[in-house]
Design a protein around this ligand. Sequence first.
Ligand SMILES: Nc1ncnc2c1ncn2[C@@H]1O[C@H](COP(=O)(O)OP(=O)(O)OP(=O)(O)O)[C@@H](O)[C@H]1O
Ligand SMILES: [Mg+2]
Length: 303
Amino acid sequence: MHRHEAHEHLAPDEAPPDLSDLPEDWQEVVLRRLEMTKTESIRREDEDRKTLDEVFDRQTLLVLYKFISNGFLETLDYPVSTGKEANVFHATDPQGKPLAVKIFRTNTATFRSFMTYIAGDPRFGHVRPNRRDIVYVWAQKEYKNLQRYFEAGVRVPNPIAWRQNVLLMEFIGSEGTPAPRLRDAPYDDAQKLYEQLVAQYRLGSEQGGLVHGDFSEFNILHPSGAGPVVIDVAQAVLVHHPMARELLARDAKNLAAYFRRQGLKGVTAEETLKAISPPERPQRPIDREPVDEDEDEDDFEDE
Ligand SMILES: Nc1ncnc2c1ncn2[C@@H]1O[C@H](COP(=O)(O)OP(=O)(O)OP(=O)(O)O)[C@@H](O)[C@H]1O
Ligand SMILES: [Mg+2]
């Protein structure tokens, strides 16, 4: 974060928010971070610190604060992943249940690529192209896509809540450790896994109406003793999106290539594409009432 940018977020004489219903250790953390966003005298000691400063800007702290006061969140524990677009933390809810908190960065994200996926989606077409708002829509898109996948029965983390650039979801893993990515997970039956993933994908496209768009060994978690879990769905698009076919074909190609590398020599992109594609949309009889094409337009949730 550039320092002059931080200044714009908080006027020097702005009163701190009332944090009295926050646990004491949290009050301290929030106040310290808020303080940091408005003072010039911050020494940035190392990269980790810089990352944390970037992620926990004032606005994000207030969102976390809101989640705590609304009873969604109790503790924010430690980072499990520091990515280019988002940081993921282990957290717990007031019942002690583990959560994953995905915080999208509002300052360093790759906005141009976001727009490609947002434009063309009737659910989000009316977004103002402002830096922060785009990230909020991106996070909301991940939330809504998770909901769609979850309702369709696809194994994804159960989405718990979304607000601005912060997404709360079920933690996939055990004893505080996230499940390994497919890339790092040992397994012995590649054929079975291929079939499971094809079935999950197909469920998502057929029942959920979504094309993942970044389906790879990096975005699939593989808990030991359980089936694969699909993550990182912000870029997933509706099957009628102008880019859907292209993304579907790319996902099929990557999936097939991955499993060929795992020894399934006979797997082809063509057969994989066929297996993961949603059924062709039935032609609407002309004498029937028109179906609302923009079925999703209205469920844009206002803050
Ligand atoms: N629900 C979850 N439960 C446990 N761990 C998770 C969960 N969601 C994400 N993670 C962890 O965070 C990592 C990154 O998540 P994700 O792929 O959604 O973010 P990303 O935006 O792609 O980040 P990157 O820029 O690193 O690719 C995952 O590989 C996984 O280790
Ligand atoms: Mg990812």
